[in-house]
Ligand binder design. Structure first.
Ligand SMILES: [Zn+2]
Length: 120
């Protein structure tokens, strides 16, 4: 079981999008381009073929609540609008956040996997 200081270090590492192994190396080199391996400890980020397919579950878990929150915000600002107009106004607000969701879904996935199985 991880100690609370290890948990805080992992949370800080996720927020800063750092390597799940050393918590120092950056995982991304651009908006959506990842390093193949950690620039500090050389741990490969894609541990097996198709490794980041599982990040889609994390992406879904991040995106749906965010979309609902934005829709509620639009509904609160424009209470008379129909559902279709709320959706039409919500999507342009959501799209700029898609790269962030992409990045954090991969970072969270890598950290979850590393926490469960740090062996490889
Ligand atoms: Zn590292």
């Amino acid at each position: 079981m991880a100690s609370s200081s290890e948990l805080l270090e992992t949370i800080a590492s996720v927020l800063r999008q750092r390597c799940p192994r050393c918590h120092r190396g950056r995982m991304f080199r651009g908006w959506v381009r990842m390093y193949a391996a950690c620039p500090v400890c050389r741990q490969p980020f894609e541990r097996e073929p198709g490794y980041f397919v599982g990040a889609m579950y994390v992406s879904y878990a991040l995106a749906v609540p965010l979309l609902v929150l934005l829709a509620v915000l639009v509904h609160w600002l424009r209470p008379g609008w129909s559902g279709l107009w709320i959706l039409a106004a919500t999507l342009p607000l959501f799209l700029p956040l898609a790269p962030l969701i992409f990045r954090y879904s991969r970072v969270i996935w890598a950290h979850l996997d590393w926490t469960i199985d740090p062996g490889a």
